[in-house]
Design a protein around this ligand. Structure first.
Ligand SMILES: Cc1cc2nc3c(=O)[nH]c(=O)nc-3n(C[C@H](O)[C@H](O)[C@H](O)COP(=O)(O)OP(=O)(O)OC[C@H]3O[C@@H](n4cnc5c(N)ncnc54)[C@H](O)[C@@H]3O)c2cc1C
Length: 297
């Protein structure tokens, strides 16, 4: 039996084959492939077991907000849709055990309502919790890694294990504890107590983001990592005169030069071509090789 027949018969799995995957990433590039939406751990284990037996690869998609799906042959994309009762967030807790698929905006609303100190660091970041932890997502206010106490993982050997984490487990837009094939299932988050200024701080930061980032276009957030605080990729792209530059349905955002916007017609190949061109210009102009922040798979 081939992998798709075996997987589609599992409870807790919805399998979509050979579809346009554009709606699974925020940049919405056109690319055909297969994706499984998985809603519980047992089904997830079975999916991975089948894929390993059938010699297929898998790759996780969270909110798809920092991800370019390029290679779709012999790979099944997996999106977690784990159960989460919103009532869990009806009160303040010392620690929060949360599934990887919970969207960060729900957590920000909770932080805003209860003035949860520390949680302002991820204000306005479009992400699932798993994707945010994988990327150590953050803002000028801090990074999510500072709040993660432990992460529960399904390894590619089908073992479930919990890793205790600290700030040392993370660096700029990176985690240091996941291995190839590890899937984040859930995480324990802490906070720094109640601070009555947090609600307003979150509101102000959301307003600031609206005026400085293209939040309503199809994009994948920052394309390049900043080299350091004084060598920011967006500033260099701007100085190169490439703000607003267009190529094959893609445009360097006129609002923030480290964002590339899709008009709805671009493919992942177009994105890669655009990135190569920007890299070349950046290198020529600054002598710095800016690393990609967006994950191209
Ligand atoms: C408009 C906009 C603004 C943004 N602003 C910011 C910002 O201010 N700060 C910032 O840090 N980022 C920002 N981003 C980028 C993005 O929101 C973050 O990188 C976010 O953490 C991505 O989370 P995700 O769930 O979308 O992950 P995805 O983009 O889907 O995936 C990212 C990586 O995580 C892996 N992954 C996802 N889920 C799991 C899992 N459960 N287990 C194992 N691996 C997993 C994926 O395989 C992939 O390698 C922005 C993006 C957009 C579109």
């Amino acid at each position: 039996m081939n992998y798709s027949k075996r997987i589609s018969s599992l409870p807790g799995v919805e399998l979509f084959q050979d579809i346009n995957l554009e709606k699974y990433t925020t940049i919405r590039l056109n690319n055909k492939g297969s994706i499984a939406l998985v809603s519980d751990l047992n089904s997830l284990k079975e999916v991975i077991r089948i894929l390993l037996e059938e010699n297929m690869q898998y790759h996780l998609v969270g909110w798809g907000a920092n991800q370019i799906i390029h290679q779709t042959d012999k790979v099944l994309f997996i999106k977690l849709k784990l159960e989460f009762d919103r009532n869990y967030l009806s009160k303040v807790r010392d620690e929060y055990e949360l599934p990887a698929s919970v969207p960060l905006n729900i957590l920000t609303s909770h932080a805003k309502k209860f003035n949860l100190s520390g949680w302002e660091v991820f204000t306005g970041i479009p992400a699932s919790l798993g994707g945010a932890i994988f990327m150590n997502a953050g803002t000028n206010l801090g990074e999510i890694g500072s709040l993660v106490k432990s992460v529960t993982i399904l390894t590619s050997q089908l073992e479930v294990k919990t890793v205790e984490t600290s700030e040392e487990s993370f660096s700029y837009r990176k985690n240091k504890f996941l291995s190839e094939g590890d899937i984040i299932l859930s995480a324990k988050l802490i906070h720094n107590g109640i601070d009555l200024s947090i609600g307003q701080k979150i509101t102000n930061y959301l307003d600031l983001r609206k005026s400085t980032q293209p939040l309503t276009t199809k994009n994948c957030g920052c394309v390049f990592k900043n080299y350091d605080e004084s060598h920011r990729a967006g500033q260099f792209i701007d100085v190169c005169g490439l703000k607003g530059f267009s190529l094959s349905g893609l445009r360097v955002s006129p609002m923030h030069a480290n964002f590339i916007e899709n008009d709805g017609t671009a493919t992942s190949g177009d994105f890669i071509e655009m990135v190569e061109l920007l890299k070349y210009q950046l290198d020529l102009f600054s002598g710095i090789e800016f690393e990609l922040e967006a994950k191209v798979y």
